[in-house]
Design a protein around this ligand. Structure first.
Ligand SMILES: [Zn+2]
Length: 418
């Protein structure tokens, strides 16, 4: 399958020269001019739009979009244990499918082509991603020891079911240190090692988690995991808001990636992750939205913008986290954290997950630094076309693979019962 994207401004170009992007079987083969004799099966007219690699949402909970607006302005533990969990208990896999598809639609319309979903219905998320044509990393959030064996068996069943599906990837995901015993965490790290899969965990998200860990284990959550040898696998830690200076050095030393979730952490009053300090220490920092139940949107443009601005403000220094750095955190760093090879750059040989942004809008005029335009001026509504794995999934603001009317009908129905 060959695709030619014509007349676009590459984000890593000079900002003036229009280029064509040639794609063969989901891989970018040329930028500039198509190779001699390149006969595309399909052509997308770029019309002078800005072309960038698609955004990567490194931490989310897909089906929870049906809980959007159900529990706002509550303290974190009350939000989780009273607002979210009782509603989740009522949900079935069919409802989770529609919730996951809603998340896919929201993300694609805002230039994001890959998500990392952790939670109860990974099969629903994988199916939704397959139906719409999105790249999905799915992981069942497991807790234990109570019911832990059953959850591990279900998790292994799901991995077997979707193994071999194109663009579906897996991680092993103990939910958090406060919902898993030490023995259970060790067991999951061993399973990940055996299956050669990366690990995803919520870590140091709140003051309560930090204080409880200091009380129960005499050390910080990061130190607790280091002591048990948990970081022997490639690990992505979500949140990492409450960190000591030693924690930052330990995360760097053990090659742990961190998914910052600026808006969710702010909305739940959990604070601000020390992204600048993590990046400076050599930690691979990427960005997630967390769920629409805590955010309440899945807009990676907005998260990129917050990432760039928050740390200038908190560090009192406008030079930290420049636009280009925030953009890399939202693209190639995310792919690296998810162990997806050659994703997140607009270069020959890299995966063809491409986003075309309108430039005929006031916030993009005049167009100077393209990274600054994307990070500081865009809100994501500029997204005109999204190509995933070399396939136009969203073309001139219309989905080509699914019926959004049917989706919205089902979401309204679900909201009546949950
Ligand atoms: Zn989360």
């Amino acid at each position: 399958m060959k695709l030619l994207v014509k007349n676009v401004l590459p984000i890593n170009g000079d900002g003036k020269t229009l280029c064509d992007v040639a794609v063969t079987n989901g891989i970018i083969t040329a930028i500039g001019r198509a190779p001699e004799g390149f006969a595309p099966d399909d052509t997308v007219e770029g019309g002078g739009r800005l072309c960038m690699p698609a955004l990567v949402n490194a931490h989310t909970h897909m089906y929870m979009s049906v809980l959007r607006g159900a529990a706002d302005d509550l303290p974190f533990m009350q939000w989780l244990f009273e607002g979210v969990m009782p509603r989740e208990d009522k949900m079935d896999v069919g409802q989770a499918y529609w919730g996951s598809l809603l998340s896919c639609v929201e993300m694609i319309r805002r230039g994001c082509c890959t998500f990392n979903d952790m939670h109860l219905f990974p099969g629903a998320a994988a199916r939704a991603a397959q139906d719409i044509g999105m790249r999905a990393v799915v992981n069942r959030a497991v807790t234990g020891p109570d019911g832990g064996e059953r959850r591990i068996n279900e998790m292994l069943g799901e991995i077997n079911e979707f193994k071999g599906c194109r663009n579906v990837y897996f991680m092993i995901a103990p939910h958090a240190i406060y919902t898993c015993s030490q023995e259970y965490l060790t067991k999951l790290a061993d399973i990940a090692e055996e299956l050669a899969l990366p690990v995803h965990i919520h870590l140091s998200e709140s003051v309560a988690e930090m204080n409880d860990c200091l009380r129960d284990h005499g050390c910080t959550p990061v130190e607790y995991l280091v002591k048990m040898g948990f970081f022997k696998n490639k690990t992505l830690a979500a949140h990492c808001v409450q960190l000591t200076e030693t924690d930052i050095l330990l995360l760097a030393e053990h090659g742990v990636s961190v998914a910052a979730n600026p808006k969710s952490n702010l909305k739940l009053g959990n604070g601000i992750a020390p992204v600048y300090q993590l990046d400076k220490a050599g930690v691979n920092v990427c960005i997630g939205t967390d769920s629409a139940a805590s955010n309440n949107s899945l807009n990676m443009f907005s998260e990129m913008n917050y990432t760039a601005l928050l740390h200038k403000g908190t560090n009192g220094d406008p030079t930290v986290i420049p636009a280009r750095k925030a953009f890399e955190m939202a693209t190639v760093n995310g792919a690296k954290a998810l162990c997806i090879d050659k994703l997140g750059r607009l270069e020959p040989g890299w995966k063809a997950d491409l986003v075309l942004l309108d430039t005929d809008v006031p916030q993009m005029m005049p167009l100077r630094d393209l990274y600054a335009a994307v990070v500081y001026s865009c809100d994501g509504s500029e997204t005109d076309t999204v190509i995933i794995d070399g396939r136009p999934v969203y073309l001139h603001k219309e989905f080509t693979t699914i019926d959004t009317e049917e989706l919205y009908y089902n979401i309204r129905k679900i909201a009546e019962v949950i």
